[in-house]
Design a protein around this ligand. Structure first.
Ligand code: ADP
Ligand code: MG
Length: 427
């Protein structure tokens, strides 16, 4: 059933309080409403969730949203419920009785949107319930998790296609990701079985982000300097190891900053608490490994500082992109020292082979990682426009100068106090 434009805008305003779609959103919604699969490639913060939520509200039946993120499911379901949308989630945070109850409700048509963890798609109880109802749409969030080429390969994402094959009718599928490399894109289309999908790419530029690379061998001094000039803002500091997170966090405590931390070595409970402290502004600074951030919707993050160089530009852009989701000017700063290159090589040399892949596939993956590391190092060393460098890497076209990144700015010879002091501090 094709919903008309008036419905679309009415839903947008009534349930989300927005008057206009952002770039790309409407094309995705139109495609899904017309029954055509869609592959939406949009950077972090672009508003991918809204695409499937608005579509779900306009289609007959129940929309299933596959997501790897338990905390995101809970947040989105709470937000939707608060707006009067009937929504629920099915994941490992539910006990058996709760799971059964939610399934029964789903089968009885009580929900419009159901978030489901990929592991649950294998459950025969879930399959039985799903085959008994009309499914309007399957939205696959973080769809790059299906690809072994990506950062976040999740074998459970391979359940999605098997699940879809069990359904009496092939539903419309929307796949959403911020990863744009060709291999990942092809994997998504092939493995999820998208049929002639409308591909919507909004382009990767985030004009409100200011990129800087600071070459320094005195990172903690440099970091403190950056933080002292950003006293009232929320920000994330990414470090490459748990040990560094602990070290940096201790330094910040010592200097009296309002900071907390997040890494895989902490208990679930502590991670959840620390994350909430940051999201709800009880703590201003989050010091974390890359375990932190996927799916976290804190819109007023004013800076993302990388204390260490990430292993590739895909990771960098995704993590840095958590700044400025509200569209306000924000800083993405990478502290680069020569030690970073050695550390990155250490990680590659000590990479565990993925047991799900063959030896050749593992070797191909390793080669790919080395290649990606080369591009990351090139970004840290280039004197050219950082934005152009990154956008071209992702296949976008870009002007030679953005006049907003540290390289363009130093070429402009602005005697900006920040850049001057950076020169003093860096060696
Ligand atoms: P993504 O999943 O693409 O990283 P999200 O779906 O988390 O992005 O959305 C990021 C933010 O953008 C959210 O706070 C969301 O409410 C907001 N947003 C989405 N669409 C719109 C819109 N059309 N107008 C204004 N804000 C929007
Ligand atoms: Mg998202």
């Amino acid at each position: 059933k094709k919903a008309d434009t008036k419905d679309k805008y009415a839903v947008l305003e009534r349930y989300f309080g927005y008057r206009s779609f952002r770039r790309g959103q409407e094309d995705v919604v139109d495609s899904l409403l017309s029954g055509r699969d869609a592959l939406a490639i949009m950077p972090t913060g672009a508003g991918k969730s809204l695409c499937y939520q608005v579509s779900a509200l306009l289609l007959d039946g129940v929309a299933l949203v596959v997501s790897p993120l338990i905390s995101l499911m809970k947040d989105q379901v709470n937000a939707l419920t608060a707006q009067g949308v009937k929504a629920a989630y099915l994941n490992s945070s539910l006990n058996d009785a709760q799971f059964d109850k939610a399934l029964r409700n789903m089968a009885n048509g009580m929900y419009k949107i159901v978030y489901v963890a990929p592991e649950r798609l294998k459950s025969s109880r879930f399959i039985r319930a799903a085959t008994s109802i009309r499914i309007s749409l399957i939205a696959v969030d973080e769809a790059h998790c299906v690809s072994q080429w990506g950062q976040d390969f999740r074998p459970s994402y391979l359940n999605i296609a098997e699940f879809i094959a069990e359904l009496p009718q092939h539903p419309t599928i929307g796949a959403f990701t911020a990863t744009a490399t060709t291999e990942v894109k092809q994997d998504i289309v092939r493995i999820l079985g998208l049929r002639d999908p409308l591909e919507v790419t909004t382009g990767f530029d985030r004009p409100n982000l200011f990129f800087s690379v600071i070459r320094t061998s005195q990172k903690s001094k440099q970091l403190l300097y950056l933080l002292f000039s950003r006293m009232n803002n929320s920000g994330i500091i990414y470090c490459s190891t748990r040990k560094t997170v602990e070290k940096v966090c201790a330094l910040l405590y010592d200097k009296g900053f309002s900071a907390t931390r997040y890494h895989a070595g902490l208990s679930d409970e502590e991670r959840r608490k620390n994350q909430d402290d940051f999201v709800y502004d009880r703590k201003r600074i989050m010091v974390a490994t890359n375990a932190f951030g996927m799916g976290i919707d804190k819109s007023d993050v004013r800076f993302v500082i990388h204390y260490n160089m990430p292993k590739n530009l895909e990771s960098y852009y995704q993590e840095a992109g958590r700044a400025g989701r509200d569209g306000e000017d924000s800083d993405c700063i990478l502290l680069f020292g020569h030690q970073d290159i050695q550390t990155a090589w250490y990680f590659i040399d000590h990479m565990e082979p993925n047991p799900e892949l063959s030896d050749e596939q593992n070797e191909a993956f390793r080669k790919k990682e080395i290649e990606r590391l080369g591009h990351m190092i090139a970004y840290c060393k280039t004197r050219e426009c950082l934005r152009a460098h990154m956008l071209r890497y992702f296949g976008d076209s870009a002007d030679d100068r953005c006049d907003k990144c540290s390289n363009c700015r130093s070429k402009m010879k602005t005697f900006d106090a920040t850049i001057e002091s950076q020169k003093i501090l860096s060696c």
